[in-house]
Design a protein around this ligand. Structure first.
Ligand code: PAF
Length: 292
């Protein structure tokens, strides 16, 4: 695995690989890698020839300075995991190269309106502008490739897909299923903030999604009922503060009154100071019509 820190070498590497016919898979990360990232590296390797991974804690997507300053870093372990999972080029760009104006604002911002403004966009003002601005830059440097993102950050995935479509960026976006711990907790770099007690409390998020998912699978299509089921389950852990529990259209992220044609259940909640998100798709089986 090669390790580079500058844009010129990163760009040259990708151009060279494409020129010899290699298909590039890109995995963008902020480090603190875990098994969920490893599945993205594996998928990129399985479907392409060369895996490029980026590791950059992007300050522009943090709307809270404390959240940024305590974001976990584990460079040595990250490099070992990337190398073990077939990453060919690991890019750890410097802040100066990525955002030369930082901490001042960069005049150019990529902003996806609408779908980037609900839920995560609402709770974390400016977050998605930071994500789309940095991801557009990663794509511009890497060039044509397939880029892999986890479905745990479903809204991020949707926003990035929309940006790529609207700006005709020559990158194919691939979503990968959320990887879970054996007890159901969605893997996240932020899980390492949780004490054992908080980790136990955090399981209520997945449980709430499952309860509502089972309700939908049994034929309940009313979003109100699914909301109520999620909230009642979340209430089993009074110390877990709900940010939102939503039933939305997975393509537009708009609220749905009913999930008869499918929907996405999404929860954001704070567990002992750590904000966690999770989601699941739901489908209501077709109901038998009146006998004729
Ligand atoms: O999902 C993440 O880790 C980040 O939002 C991303 C896509 C690497 C952009 O900084």
């Amino acid at each position: 695995m090669q390790l580079v820190h500058d844009v010129a070498h990163w760009r040259a590497y990708c151009e060279h690989e494409r020129a010899r016919g290699a298909r590039i898979g890109l995995v963008a990360t902020m480090g603190a890698l875990h098994a969920g990232h490893a599945t993205l590296f594996d998928a990129a390797k399985d479907h392409g020839d060369v895996v490029v991974a980026t590791l950059f804690v992007n300050p522009r997507q943090f709307n809270d300075a404390n959240d940024l300053s305590r974001y976990p870093t584990s460079r040595v372990e990250d490099r070992a995991l990337a190398s073990a999972h077939g990453v060919d080029l690991l890019v750890e760009p410097t802040l100066e190269e990525m955002w030369p104006d930082y901490p001042n604002a960069t005049p150019t911002t990529v902003s996806v309106r609408g779908i980037g403004e609900h839920y995560e966009g609402d709770s974390r003002p400016g977050h998605f502008d930071g994500v789309t601005s940095v991801v557009a830059k990663l794509f511009a440097i890497t060039g044509p490739c397939r880029a892999y993102f986890g479905e745990k950050d479903f809204q991020q995935l949707t926003v990035i897909r929309r940006m790529v479509a609207d700006l005709c960026i020559p990158v194919t976006i691939i979503g990968a299923a959320t990887l879970r711990e054996p007890d159901g907790l969605a893997m996240s770099s932020r899980n390492r903030y949780l004490t054992p007690e908080q980790r136990g409390q955090a399981l209520v998020i997945h449980r709430a999604l499952q309860v509502a998912q089972r309700l939908a699978a049994s034929g309940e299509s009313s979003s109100e009922k699914l909301h109520a089921a999620m909230r009642a389950t979340l209430a089993e852990e009074p110390s877990v503060r709900i940010d939102y529990a939503a039933v939305v259209n997975p393509d537009t992220l708009e609220d749905l009154d009913d999930v008869g044609r499918g929907g996405l259940l999404a929860i954001a909640a704070v567990v002992g100071g750590t904000r966690l998100i999770d989601n699941t798709l739901v489908a209501v089986p077709p109901q038998p019509g009146p006998a004729s």
